[in-house]
Design a protein around this ligand. Structure first.
Ligand code: ADE
Length: 242
């Protein structure tokens, strides 16, 4: 069970995206919970403003420290109250300047009970509040998006599917096969012939050992061709690989 808390100016965007399909059902069953906290609800500005010009000049607006900090405090106070103890939680700030997200990071974060995601918008967030509350800065890749919402959704999805109960057993088996560091082998369903293309014969043989061997071979071929970096890593761990 993980409680995800997402601090954002666009709560509908996050809730719509994350309450669909597998994660929506997992939340209904109570295997995870996902809450979006609207940072604007915490501003003390009487016009509801959460952003202002940057000191030193330059284009664009910056999210101010006060509403971000108060939204964060509200989550922490609520969590501590429910659990009847002073709980700390990792706070992940989504930014292109962070460490690049990967499966290993998802596995590490999946061990937590509470995760707080902070989504910036405009030109970013006042550095002083980041210094006080953020424990992890994470990027989802070397490109720039308009805000942290999509990256937060990407991370929640990747982490939530590792929580026990979220995926069915047959689906989690597939996790293992990427967990081993290789790309997936190709897969086929009915009919046996489609557009003159025949399903590989070995998959119809019923010989499970042969099927497994073929799949591993395909995974290796694919990984070598498409992701030589992953292939080299795999070879270091499995010296028997040619
Ligand atoms: N915010 C804007 N771009 C981002 C990225 N690539 N990763 C994480 N947060 C972001």
């Amino acid at each position: 069970m993980i409680n995800f808390h997402i601090l954002t100016l666009f709560p509908e965007m996050v809730m719509q995206g994350l309450h669909t399909s597998i994660l929506g059902r997992a939340a209904e069953r109570g295997d995870i919970s996902i809450e979006a906290v609207n940072i604007r609800d915490y501003t003390t500005n009487k016009h509801g403003r959460v952003d202002d010009y940057t000191y030193g000049g330059g284009a664009g607006m910056l999210m101010q420290a006060q509403p971000v900090y108060d939204a964060y405090r509200a989550v922490i106070d609520h969590v501590s109250q429910n659990e009847n103890k002073n709980k700390s939680a990792r706070v992940i700030y989504l930014t292109p300047q962070g460490k690049t997200f990967c499966q290993e990071m998802a596995q590490d974060l999946a061990k937590e009970e509470e995760l707080i995601f902070l989504c910036g918008h405009y030109e970013g967030i006042d550095e002083r509040v980041l210094e006080e509350i953020v424990t992890d800065e994470v990027s989802i890749g070397d490109y720039v998006l308009t805000g942290g919402e999509l990256p937060a959704m990407v991370m929640v999805d990747a982490i939530a599917r590792l929580v026990p109960g979220v995926l069915h057993n047959d689906e989690s088996a597939q996790t293992e096969s990427f967990g081993n560091g290789l790309l997936e082998y190709p897969q086929y369903s009915r009919p046996e012939i489609w557009h003159d293309k025949q399903v590989p014969q070995v998959l119809l043989s019923g010989d499970h050992a042969k099927v497994d061997a073929w799949r591993l071979e395909q995974s290796l071929l694919r990984t070598r061709e498409r992701r030589p970096d992953l292939y080299e890593k795999y070879r270091e761990k499995h010296p028997e690989t040619t």
